[in-house]
Design a protein around this ligand. Structure first.
Ligand code: AMP
Ligand code: GLY
Length: 424
């Protein structure tokens, strides 16, 4: 078989690496891939951007690929899944209509409210004045969200009324482009955030292991939010009864609500959840794709072949695959970022020590790197994901940070407390 993975992050490196465990795959193309995918056997980077839908479709047709796995939300929201399907090319990832669950927070909220899915109470506005009146009536803390895709920057958890009003002005001033022309204002949820990524073929939905991301840049969860600085799985906190509740009250009703709207959703439904001390679970957001960096810790633990699972989603045969099997043990993945991230950061610095890290038994997924003349260079804010799998979290953490200690690039930054809730 020939496959394409669309995207260039750590998630896509992990997807390509895991898919290539199946020896039915003769060739895998990453569009555009990164310095990690450049060095995988049977894998080739092709310089086509994940947002260049025309070129992706042309290339998929020319190579007669058997499956296109779409990593990021932007091409999904732009309709890459629909375009490939129209050409008769199998695609893993929802259509544009399904991707709305991530691409419009107002749309997702309406779907949840109509289907009775537990989520923060909210109201949507398309003008600043009534939005400001609303926050004045409700007070702070309060959450202000740009409706559309804003590369993770569209959400403000405002602690003060002034902060909330400023966030409303920022959104309507066009800072996030069209994405900010509507805002969703909602109550603050408290508890622990959990990511549950589920695979679905539009009829059956099966969760993967729950994972916990660490979004703020600073240790102790301080400072601005990032795309995610580290993650671990599975979560001891999410017991089998809680997982069953998530399946029954969130995943299945969401799939049913999508079906009711005539949406044939085949791909990942990623539920970002808040779980309070009484084990009440509410939806913070949905994403229409694999999480990054969640994928980099979940896939190393997966025992069922990923290719079989993705094909079952595309072919609507997920019910014929038995329970998803997992390897024993647990995983922690720590992000190494460029100095300055999530603000401006340098690119093009040499990365050394990866072979030494691999010798320690960790996996190194490349996020923002480039392979050039036999060297890896930094090429993004999140540079590497160092993942360790071990018998328990104490050992996994030691192993992950042991791997990181081998790797150098100028100004490398990482949080030293990934998984801290496990040990407190
Ligand atoms: P989102 O882009 O919707 O995932 O929001 C980004 C982050 O903002 C989430 O991961 C949460 O940490 C936080 N957040 C979003 N909505 C809420 C909420 N209603 N209550 C508390 N925190 C929230
Ligand atoms: N880890 C957060 C995300 O993928 O959106």
């Amino acid at each position: 078989m020939k496959l394409i993975v669309v995207g260039s992050g750590g998630r896509e490196h992990a997807l390509a690496w895991k898919l290539l465990e199946s020896n039915q795959i003769e060739r895998l193309f990453c569009l555009p891939g990164n310095g990690g995918t450049a060095c995988l056997d049977r894998c080739e980077n092709v310089a086509i951007a994940a947002t260049d839908l025309d070129s992706i479709c042309q290339f998929a047709q020319k190579e007669r690929v058997d499956l296109v796995v779409i990593g990021p939300e932007v091409p999904l929201a732009a309709g890459l899944g629909d375009r490939l399907q129209a050409l008769g090319i199998a695609a893993f990832g929802p259509t544009q209509a399904g991707a709305k669950i991530e691409a419009s927070k107002a749309w997702a909220k309406t779907l949840m409210v109509e289907a009775g899915i537990p989520t923060a109470r909210a109201q949507t506005f398309d003008q600043a004045a009534p939005a400001i009146t609303y926050v004045q009536a409700h007070g702070a803390p309060i959450v202000i969200k740009a409706d559309g895709l804003a590369a993770g920057k569209g959400v403000t958890v405002a602690q003060t009324l002034d902060g909330a009003i400023a966030a409303i002005h920022t959104s309507f001033a066009g800072t996030f482009g069209e994405a900010g022309s509507q805002v969703v204002i909602e109550e603050v949820l408290v508890g622990e955030e959990v990511s549950v990524l589920a695979l679905t073929d539009g009829q059956t939905i099966r969760p993967l292991l729950p994972a916990q991301d660490h979004k703020p840049i600073g240790e102790g969860d301080r400072g601005p939010n990032t795309g995610g600085m580290g993650v671990y799985a599975p979560l001891p906190r999410i017991t089998a009864p809680i997982m069953a509740k998530i399946q029954a009250t969130i995943l299945e009703p969401t799939l049913a609500a999508l079906q009711k709207r005539g949406i044939d959703y085949r791909g990942v439904l990623y539920a970002g959840l808040m779980i309070d001390p009484e084990d009440n679970v509410q939806v913070v957001e949905f994403n229409c794709r694999f999480g990054d960096p969640e994928t980099q810790v979940i896939l190393p633990l997966l025992d069922t072949p990923l290719l079989d699972l993705l094909l079952a989603c595309v072919n609507r045969t997920l019910d014929q695959i038995g329970a998803i099997a997992w390897k024993p043990g647990v995983g922690i993945s720590v992000v190494m970022a460029a100095a300055g991230y999530p603000n401006a950061y340098p690119k093009g610095d040499e990365i050394t020590g990866i072979p030494g890290a691999l010798d320690q038994g960790v996996l190194v997924f490349h996020a923002g790197t480039l392979w050039k003349q036999g060297q890896w260079l930094t090429n993004g804010g999140r540079v590497l994901n160092v993942t360790a799998v071990a018998e328990n979290f104490t050992l996994a953490k030691e192993k992950a940070y042991g791997g990181i200690a081998q790797i150098q690039f100028p100004g490398a930054y990482y949080r030293r407390d990934i998984g801290y809730r496990l040990f407190s």
